[in-house]
Design a protein around this ligand. Sequence first.
Ligand code: ADP
Length: 483
Amino acid sequence: MRICMISSEFAPFAKAGGLGDAVSALAAELHRGGHELRIFVPRYSSIDPEAAGMVPVDFLQDISLATGAFGLQYSMYTAPQQNGLWVHFIDCPILYDRPGLYTSDSDEHLRFIMLSRGALECCQRMGWSPDIVQCHDWQSALVPLYLKSLYAWDSLFANTRTVFSIHNLGYQGGFQAGILPATGLSAYRDLLHQDDLNAGAINFLRHGIIYADALTTVSPTYAREICTPEYGMGMDDLLRQRHESLFGILNGVDYETWSPEKDPLIPFRYSRSNLRGKAANKARLQEQLGLRQDPDTPLAGIVSRLVAQKGFSLAYEALPRLLADGRLQLAVLGSGESRYEEFFTWLQHEFPGRAAFWRGFNNPLAHLIEAGSDMFLMPSLYEPCGLNQMYSLRYGTVPVVRKTGGLADTVTPHTRDDGNGIVFEHADQTGFGWAMDTAVELYGQRERWNRLIANGMRQDFSWEKQAGAYVTLFRHLAETSTA
Ligand code: ADP
């Protein structure tokens, strides 16, 4: 199949969270399976063109795109990957030369309209007719509607089917209705969601849900949850209407990058049959972060965007209590909202040698925390899939998670014979406190703890398995297009 992917993130070039990892690993797996892929991402100024091996595509330079009153100029660059996959970059410096991947600038909508339309127009100019266009999150959610309106005249797309993949329903791309001309859809305003328009708004994600031929999200439990008012973020009605076209497919793990046996970013490699390297990584992590060299106190790790979704407000009671009692050490990596940064900064000051907070994005440290910690904390209020708990399982780092979304699908409670983690249900401080007390107590019972580690390390969440579910869906859609 010819598969076009349009995404705002693609690891290693552009990654803010799990989206970058997931899209890149899925693309690699589909490519390995013999499918023809073209991936479109913005050429952010943070991407080093030389390191990426980026080259301009001669016949796709200085192209004009008129979107409403704006005249934009863009070019396409491309970069071959080691695995033979080609990634295409939409180059438009006035939009992508910014400090981060995402902004709160007044033209944020335009940055991803450019990506969406640029990708489709590059397909046109290359004469490349995709069987499937897979759009990821709100940034490319207008593409299914574009194909049914602005680009409907082009027979190149006559058999193209669209899949809208929701990696996180919490980010919707909601803008003032005044941006309508910039979308290029003024002549098709009847196709836009009328209640939103009347309320003065345009929500990109909503149009992906309405117009894509199929919807996916990144775990079976999250697929069910988002159809409820509790998790639906205002989209649950619409998602319930489309539930027959909504598929929950768990993200996989790229075990080439995330395996303690071969991870080049950790100082000591180890495996299920020989965990000595894990203890050495713990000592290194403690040393690197200024934690007391103590092999016997359980070390809990956190690597996360520090946003409300991740549930760290549930930890306000239990973490200081366990640190004060000297029953826990804590290593935190992340950045985000100031309330959480302040909390972890406070813990570091209050409990020197026991709690450490590294503020920012640091991939090598993320690997070392996975390898050197005893347990990994994810008390998420909601979690579409979550990757770190799956990495943790492979690294023998017992996940402590809330029972939601992908966490519920991948972590099995310690009370079962095949248990691999600690799972709590209630999104409150008591729930998390119970989970932490349980984890610390189990850590002291070596046999039980070792069984959790062994069960976790045996688990296989490779993309090889998961990509098959996408192929089945894509094939089904492609068949209905020619039927
Ligand atoms: P989300 O996509 O909601 O951020 P996931 O668990 O799905 O959460 O994926 C997070 C990914 O981002 C993981 O690969 C994790 O290691 C990485 N990550 C998050 N924060 C940081 C950070 N501060 N430094 C390095 N890597 C990070």
